[in-house]
Design a protein. Structure first.
Length: 96
């Protein structure tokens, strides 16, 4: 379920690694999240990739789960296929 994915991919890593203010949407936590379109299929195209290597082993595959908006520290870092290079994350601080 979506709730299980949130626990596995957000809450659990923050708890296991002792990363403060991460892993949930809550007052006092960093607002780092991605809004994903879970329904519209779209092919992976090399020219649309935003990666340092510029390729993907999934090129040509039709996938769902594409990011629509990425928010880092409460600021929009990615929207409408465009990255805002002025929005940067911070280095994580581990308690363990």
């Amino acid at each position: 379920t979506l709730a299980q994915v949130v626990r596995w991919m957000c809450e659990a890593p923050a708890r296991l690694y002792g990363i403060p203010n991460k892993g949930r949407l809550q007052v006092g936590y960093d607002a780092d999240l991605v809004l994903v379109d879970r329904h519209t299929p779209k092919p992976v195209r090399r020219e649309e990739l935003l990666t340092k290597c510029g390729w993907s082993p999934f090129e040509g595959w039709e996938l769902v789960g594409w990011p629509l908006v990425t928010i880092v520290g409460g600021q929009i870092a990615f929207q409408n296929g465009q990255v805002d290079p002025s929005v940067r994350g911070k280095a994580l601080q581990f308690q363990r």
